[in-house]
Design a protein around this ligand. Structure first.
Ligand code: NAP
Ligand code: 8YV
Length: 324
């Protein structure tokens, strides 16, 4: 029997099938319906040493598990895990960077094209028999030609999106808190300055207190009436009410959204916007990429309990070490 088989790993809520199979094969799996301290029984509290989760882990859940050593987040964005609280409790948090970067960048470009060239609506036109009945789909008012792109969050995925935009012939600029070394795209120290300079803003920033509702009425106003906004990062980075208004009153021309503030609920005002192209958070959602994320998520648990180190720790817990 493997050394790790007696270690109890909590899986709250749904998790990728391959990840579940690997947790079952390597550890003792414990399942609860959702990541809530209220579902932790004294027996679970006494045994669980790790969590594998795509539903997050808040401070209450962390506090309810006194033997907890590691939270392996299934996803690169770990906004649903209270990593700061975990670090105060000397609990390691890991995520799944890099393995999903190219997939998410592909989706971002698909979403941008859907938004600008109305491809989902054109396909519906064909399927509804309107090509035969009414003739050609109307010419799209928007085009990628001549656009200037701005990336909010020039990290791993931002860079992969920038490379694709370059191949499409678009100049790229960006905003981060700090300039990225070795990157020649023009840098903007503020999001407002980026929005003023471009007409196509792509957000791939993480969901943190400092990015909350960063894309607001002022930023959308700066983007302008020919503006296109694409969000593949986190819904929390956008003031959705201001976005719906900007789409309605022509402050910007169109938006493409893969992520929303309160998933899976999407505001009615966005559902009703004809100039919004909407996806149900599918940025990384291929069998291939989700399997790689599942492997990295579980590899972190295996490495922690066999080698005493995490493969991909998040910055907040980089200094957390395994006990004796
Ligand atoms: P990353 O490499 O850490 O990049 C994040 C970038 O955002 C960094 O360059 C960072 O630069 C910048 N940033 C962070 N806070 C900022 C702030 N307050 N203001 C301005 N810029 C800020 O992460 P990644 O791997 O590219 O992933 C990015 C995000 O994409 C994830 O966190 C996740 O939320 C989202 N995502 C979505 C999907 C999907 O399916 N739609 C899939 C994967 C990931 P500075 O630190 O210099 O500011
Ligand atoms: C996943 C993501 O859909 O990695 C992320 O940050 O948003 C996506 O890849 C998500 O994490 C799984 O629920």
């Amino acid at each position: 029997m493997s050394k790790t088989k007696s270690i109890a790993i909590l899986v709250p809520g749904n998790l990728n099938d391959h990840a579940v199979k690997r947790v079952e094969a390597e550890f003792e799996i414990v399942r609860i319906e959702r990541p809530s301290a209220s579902l932790v029984t004294p027996e679970i509290a006494a045994r669980v040493r790790g969590i594998a989760s795509m539903a997050g882990a808040d401070a209450g859940l962390i506090d309810a598990l006194p033997k907890l050593e590691i939270i392996a987040n299934y996803g690169v964005g770990y906004d649903a895990v209270d990593a700061r609280h975990a670090s105060t409790k000397k609990v390691m948090v890991t995520n799944t960077p890099d393995v999903l970067t190219e997939e998410v960048a592909d989706t971002a470009l698909g979403l941008l094209l859907n938004t600008v060239r109305e491809l989902p609506a054109a396909e519906n036109w064909l399927r509804q028999g309107r090509w035969v009945k009414d003739g050609n789909y109307p010419l799209t008012g928007l085009t990628l030609r001549g656009r200037r792109a701005g990336i909010f969050g020039m990290g791993r995925i931002g860079l992969a999106i920038a490379r694709r935009l370059e191949a499409f012939g678009l100049p790229v600029e960006y905003h981060n808190r700090s300039k990225v070394e070795g990157v020649s795209y023009p840098y903007h120290p503020t999001l407002e300055s980026l929005a003023e300079s471009v007409d196509t803003l792509i957000s791939v920033a993480p969901g943190t207190p400092s990015t909350a509702k960063a894309v607001n009425a002022e930023i959308l106003g700066a983007l302008g009436s020919n503006g296109v906004f694409v969000n593949i990062g986190r819904g929390s980075t956008v003031d959705e009410e201001a976005l719906a208004k900007a789409l309605r009153d022509g402050t910007i021309a169109a938006a493409g959204l893969d992520v929303f503030a309160d998933e899976p609920r999407v505001p009615q005002s966005l559902l009703e916007a004809p100039n919004a192209s909407l996806l149900p958070h599918v940025g990384s959602a291929s069998v291939h990429t989700r399997r790689a994320m599942a492997d990295l998520c579980v590899d972190n648990l295996v490495s922690w309990f066999t080698e005493k180190k995490a493969v991909t720790p998040v910055p907040e817990t980089a200094k957390v070490t395994a006990g004796a």
